[in-house]
Design a protein around this ligand. Structure first.
Ligand code: CP
Ligand code: NVA
Length: 328
């Protein structure tokens, strides 16, 4: 019997495959209830704090709506609106908030910050994205894949682009745990660290997942069920890295040629936000500067029938609801 009461959700390394499966199943159940209009205010009167040291659309909205659906109240602390890290340490903040709230979400920079927050907090802490990991995103991705294919084990999953940051790292760990064959398709210096690859290989031995690291796009994407990418420059990174990223990662753009090389039934996934057109301020600015109309994915693929990115985004809410409800 899985019991996650009081447990932090900081990275998938801390969760067994059974516990991850339990959260996906619970999310499916919540999604059904929500669609059928069945109330599920299971945690009426509880309060949670959402700390965001980086901006967010999906994660913040997912936590807020999930909490409201569960009957809870929410306080949102924006990137400038609290004393955290400036006038008050993480350890002190954790103990202050633990006295008022039943759970704390944290989005920020180093993984060590959310780990420190959890160490000093007496209530569950949920990682809403760090530089190293984005575990709630992976649950939504797995729910989306399960809905699409009916199962996870044995699927061929390909991650293209910057594979050494939060998305590449957490997808590799998640896939290795759940028996999903994981390929990172990227230049050598954009691969996850050897230390993390070793950890993932340990899980893969247990689950039967095959892990592959290659620079060869055709080899990587042949027979793929899922093609996944993320932005080439992440939140908090300096503008000065754009040129290098474009030079090195352009061959790993997800375009129609890549999708054609995958299985006919393959889907395109992205955690979002995505740089696929010039309709944003940053898109316009970078597009003009580097003479491009897109970056990690073409608009054609993004808008294609194979793209499941908006269902994936919706699933953030159902899966985050599962994490809150299971741990609080
Ligand atoms: N995918 C994701 O975490 O989106 P936000 O940055 O909008 O929260
Ligand atoms: N790698 C991206 C993910 C956003 C959800 C970032 O950290 O900005």
């Amino acid at each position: 019997m899985v019991n996650l009461k009081g447990k932090d959700f900081l990275k998938l390394i801390d969760y067994t495959p059974e516990e991850i499966e339990y959260l996906i199943n619970l999310a499916e159940d919540f999604k059904k209830k929500k669609k059928q209009g069945i109330p599920h205010k299971l945690h009426e009167g509880k309060n949670i704090a959402l700390i965001f040291e980086k901006t967010s659309t999906r994660t913040r909205c997912a936590f807020e709506v999930a909490a409201y659906d569960l009957g809870m109240n929410v306080t949102y602390l924006d990137p400038t609106g609290s004393q955290i890290g400036k006038k008050e340490s993480i350890a002190d903040t954790a103990r202050v908030l633990s006295g008022m709230y039943d759970g704390i979400e944290y989005r920020g920079f180093g993984q060590e910050i959310v780990e420190e927050l959890a160490k000093y907090s007496s209530v569950p802490v949920w990682n809403g994205l760090t530089n190293e990991f984005h575990p709630t995103q992976i649950l939504a991705d797995f729910l989306t894949m399960k809905e699409q294919f009916g199962y996870l084990k044995g699927l061929n999953f390909v991650y293209m682009g910057d594979a050494r940051y939060n998305m590449g790292n957490s997808l590799m760990i998640g896939c290795a745990k759940m028996g999903v064959n994981f390929t990172a398709c990227a230049p050598k210096e954009f691969m996850p660290s050897q230390q993390l690859i070793d950890i993932a290989n340990g899980y893969a031995k247990q689950s039967g997942a095959k892990l592959q690291f290659t620079e060869d796009v055709v080899k990587a994407t042949t027979n793929a069920d899922v093609i996944y990418t993320d932005v080439w420059v992440s939140m908090g990174e300096p503008e000065s890295v754009w040129q290098e990223r474009i030079d090195k990662l352009s061959p790993y753009q997800v375009n129609s040629k890549v999708m054609k090389n995958a299985k006919e039934s393959a889907i395109f996934m992205h955690c979002l936000p995505s740089f696929h057109d010039l309709k944003t301020t940053l898109g316009k600015e970078m597009g003009k500067k580097f003479n491009r109309v897109d970056m990690e994915v073409t608009d054609e693929v993004f808008e294609s029938k194979q793209s499941v990115v908006f269902r994936e985004a919706e699933n953030r809410m159902h899966t985050i609801k599962a994490v809150i409800s299971a741990t609080i």
